[in-house]
Design a protein around this ligand. Structure first.
Ligand code: NDP
Length: 280
């Protein structure tokens, strides 16, 4: 069989940890494969996808800002990508067809299973803070996993309302001023905003309104221990970090690209922690 080629496409893409993750799994499994970075110009994503159809590229992970466009350009999409309105994986088949998938939701649930095993999405309402692409994928995954109600809190209320409208009876929009009410009785609070990224503008939430049993999860993984997670930890809560989600979304991508499950073990997390400048 010829060398299996996959990669990550985005702009910017230099910061992506995906090449480290997939590179480590390629080495550990002994697959004859490679995983490359594709820096695509902001108006060049459609041309990038068109030029790769029917080539030896098996697939790409998609990062900012192309996730919505990736779904729109694909010939087929799985139910998760359709529900999320975005794709983080494009698979290229030899006949030139392109299939979109979204594994971010799988990654989110895997992170909870790994770091908060007692948490069940079915046990009660869940608060998702933010209403961008990541939040929409999270709401779709949580609803599919049986969450009785997902409460979406966002600075721009209309964006939260738009997501809630896609999940009638299962999701509800809250303004930033209503955050306290949104946190009452929840089983988890998930930061899906970009606040806290690079340690600036930490998320400020009235977290004490959530029961102490509520798990705190932050999709931001740079820094790993965000201001939001530090406050949650100080309150005695179980916390789930964004790196666990990142590795969780990479696993099904790896299997789709290379036809083999990703190996288990913590080495890949340690490699990412080192790249992030974090202690293991
Ligand atoms: P988007 O740009 O689509 O959405 C950003 C969200 O953050 C919006 O809800 C926006 O609110 C909110 N926001 C931004 N600045 C502020 C602010 N100052 N105050 C209040 N709200 C603010 O980003 P994504 O949804 O793609 O990504 C969100 C985060 O999730 C990023 O940090 C990303 O790195 C992370 N992520 C992590 C993953 C992982 O595997 N760990 C996977 C995917 C994403 P508004 O609508 O009002 O503008």
């Amino acid at each position: 069989m010829s060398r299996l080629i996959a990669g990550v496409a985005g702009n910017p893409v230099a910061h992506s940890l995906s090449p480290l993750i997939h590179g480590e799994w390629i080495a550990a499994t002994g697959i004859d494969g490679s995983y490359e970075r594709f820096l695509v110009s902001l108006d060049g994503f459609a041309a990038f996808v068109a030029s790769r159809r029917g080539t030896d590229l098996r697939g790409v992970n998609i990062t900012i800002p192309f996730k919505e466009q990736a779904l729109a350009l694909a010939d087929d999409a799985d139910a998760t990508a359709l529900a999320a309105g975005a794709a983080n994986v494009l698979l290229f088949s030899t006949d030139g067809r392109v299939t979109a998938r979204n594994t971010d939701g799988i990654g989110l649930l895997a992170a909870f299973a790994d770091q908060a095993p007692a948490f069940s999405p079915k046990a009660g309402p869940i608060a998702v803070i933010g209403a961008g692409g990541a939040a929409k994928g999270a709401v779709a995954a949580l609803v599919a996993a049986g969450a009785p109600q997902v409460r979406i809190v966002n600075r721009t209320l209309a964006r939260a309302e738009a997501i809630a409208a896609a999940f009638p009876g299962r999701a509800r929009a809250f303004s930033w001023e209503e955050a306290e009410a949104a946190l009452v009785g929840v089983g988890a609070v998930i930061n899906a905003t970009s606040r806290g990224l690079n340690g600036v503008d930490d998320l400020d939430l009235p977290l004490e309104a959530a029961p102490l049993t509520a798990v705190a999860m932050d999709m931001v993984y740079k820094p790993l221990r965000t201001g939001f997670l530090k406050i949650a930890k100080a309150q005695g809560r179980t916390v789930v970090d964004g790196l666990s989600m990142l590795i969780g979304q990479a696993r099904p991508s790896f299997e789709a690209f290379y036809g083999r499950p990703a190996p288990n073990g913590s080495k890949v997390r340690d490699i990412c922690l080192k790249a992030l400048g974090e202690a293991p």
